[in-house]
Design a protein around this ligand. Structure first.
Ligand code: ZN
Ligand code: ZN
Ligand code: ZN
Length: 374
C-alpha cells in the first residue's frame, strides 16, 4: 500500500476557493456562503470540532478576499487548517451579533449560494440583516463544485478503494454460516480501520431475504448455508471515501442465484465500459438498466446506478435518469446496479470509477465473480 499522501497546502485550498468563487460568478451569484460540512472541508480543510449554534461561515465572492467568520473561541483551531492560513479571519465573541458582523461582507442586493446544510437559524439571521439579498442552495446552484477531482484527490480515492478491496478479500476468509449479520458487519468495520480508514461510514450485510432490501443495514438474522449475502461497506481514508459492494454465497449457489449474479455483473461491466468524457450521466444508468431489463429483471432494479464520492461517500454527480450533465475527466462515482427479489435474495456489485480521457478507470478491482464463503 502506498504511504500517506502529502497534506494539501494552503495554495491547494486557495486554488479551490478561487475556482469556487469563479464558478459562482459564472452562475450569476454574488458569492458563496459555506457552512461547516463537506464544502468547507473541501475548500479550507477546516472541520470545526463540533458544529454548534455559534456561526461559522466562509464568505467567498469573486474579486474579494475570502473571509472566514468564526467564534472567537474557535479561531485558534480554525487557523490551524491549511486553507484558513492566509485567510482573513473575522471572529466574533459571545454576546455580540455574528450576523451584524457578517452583513458588511456581503454585497447588499445580490444572490448568494449557501451550503445545503447551513442551519436555518443562521440563514434567518442573515436574511434579517440583509433583506435585499436572496439565497439559493449551493448544491442547486453549483452541483458540480466538488465533482471533478484533482490528481491529489484521485490518489486518495484510489488508495481508499484499494484498502476497501483488501477488506473484501479478507472478509471472504471469515466464517459467515451460523453467525449474525451484525457479527460480519463488526468484522468489516474492524478490517476497514485496520486497512487505514480513519472512519467507518457503513457496513451493510444483507443475508438471504434481507439482501432484497437495498437499505437493509445488518441485523440479528443468523446467516445460513445457501444464503446469498450482499456486502456494502466504506468510510473515509486520508479524508476521502471508499464504497464497495460485492455479493457472496454461503456454500453452493443454485442456478438462479448464479444467473442473477451474472446479470448484475454484466450490467456493471457494460455500464463501466460506457464511461467516457462527454456522455450524459444518465447514459451510465441507462446502459446498466438495459442489460438488467433485457435479462427480465428490469422491475427489480429499484435504485439509481450510482453517486459521486469525494470528501463524502454520497454526492453529485448522480448516475440517474434525468441527469443530463456530461461526464468530465476527474469525476469519481459508483457504478452499483442490483437486482432485488423480495422474500428471496438480492445482488449488488459496486465499484468506484473515475473518468479519464480514455474512458473509465476502476478504483475497486477486487474480483467481481460470485465468491463462495463458508
Ligand atoms: Zn443459495
Ligand atoms: Zn455502497
Ligand atoms: Zn454506493
Amino acid at each position: 500500500m502506498a504511504g500517506t499522501p502529502a497534506p494539501f497546502t494552503a495554495a491547494d485550498y486557495r486554488a479551490r476557493m478561487d475556482r469556487a468563487a469563479g464558478a459562482a460568478a459564472d452562475a450569476g451569484l454574488a458569492g458563496l456562503l459555506v457552512a461547516p460540512g463537506p464544502d468547507l472541508v473541501h475548500l479550507t480543510g477546516y472541520r470545526p470540532p463540533a458544529v454548534t449554534e455559534r456561526l461559522t461561515l466562509l464568505v467567498l465572492a469573486a474579486g474579494q478576499e475570502p473571509v472566514l467568520v468564526v467564534p472567537t473561541l474557535e479561531a485558534p483551531d480554525a487557523e490551524r487548517a491549511a486553507g484558513a492560513r492566509g485567510l482573513t479571519l473575522r471572529d466574533w465573541t459571545d454576546g455580540t451579533d455574528p450576523y451584524h458582523l457578517t452583513a458588511p461582507l456581503l454585497d447588499g442586493d445580490g444572490r448568494f449560494g449557501i451550503s445545503d446544510n447551513a442551519w436555518a437559524m443562521h440563514l434567518l439571521g442573515l436574511q434579517k440583516e440583509l433583506p435585499g439579498i436572496s439565497f439559493v442552495s449551493l448544491t442547486d446552484a453549483l452541483p458540480m463544485l466538488r465533482a471533478v477531482k484533482d490528481e491529489h484527490e484521485l490518489v486518495r480515492l484510489e488508495a481508499a478503494g484499494a484498502a476497501a478491496d483488501g477488506v473484501y478479500e479478507r472478509i471472504l476468509k471469515v466464517r459467515f454460516c451460523g453467525r449474525k449479520e451484525t457479527d460480519v458487519a463488526a468484522d468489516l468495520a474492524a478490517l476497514l480501520l485496520e486497512s487505514g480508514h480513519s472512519q467507518v461510514d457503513f457496513t451493510l450485510v444483507g443475508s438471504g431475504p434481507n439482501g432484497a432490501d437495498p437499505h437493509h443495514e445488518a441485523g440479528d438474522r443468523v446467516i445460513a448455508n445457501g444464503d446469498m449475502v450482499v456486502l456494502d461497506f466504506g468510510g473515509l481514508m486520508h479524508g476521502y471515501g471508499s464504497d464497495i459492494s460485492r455479493t457472496v454465497h454461503v456454500g453452493d449457489p443454485d442456478p438462479e442465484e448464479r444467473r442473477v449474479h451474472d446479470v448484475v455483473r454484466q450490467a456493471q461491466q457494460a455500464a463501466f465500459e460506457s464511461v467516457k468524457p462527454g456522455i450524459a450521466c444518465q447514459e451510465v444508468d441507462r446502459v446498466a438498466r438495459a442489460a438488467i431489463t433485457e435479462a427480465g429483471y428490469g422491475d427489480r432494479f429499484i435504485h439509481r446506478t450510482g453517486h459521486g464520492i469525494g470528501v463524502t461517500t454520497h454526492e453529485p454527480p448522480y448516475m440517474v435518469e434525468g441527469e443530463e450533465r456530461p461526464l468530465v475527466p476527474g469525476m469519481c462515482f459508483s457504478i452499483e446496479p442490483g437486482v432485488y427479489l423480495p422474500g428471496r435474495f438480492g445482488v449488488r456489485i459496486e465499484d468506484i470509477v473515475t473518468v479519464t480521457e480514455q474512458g473509465g478507470r476502476r478504483f475497486n478491482t477486487a474480483a467481481r465473480e460470485l465468491a463462495l464463503v463458508e
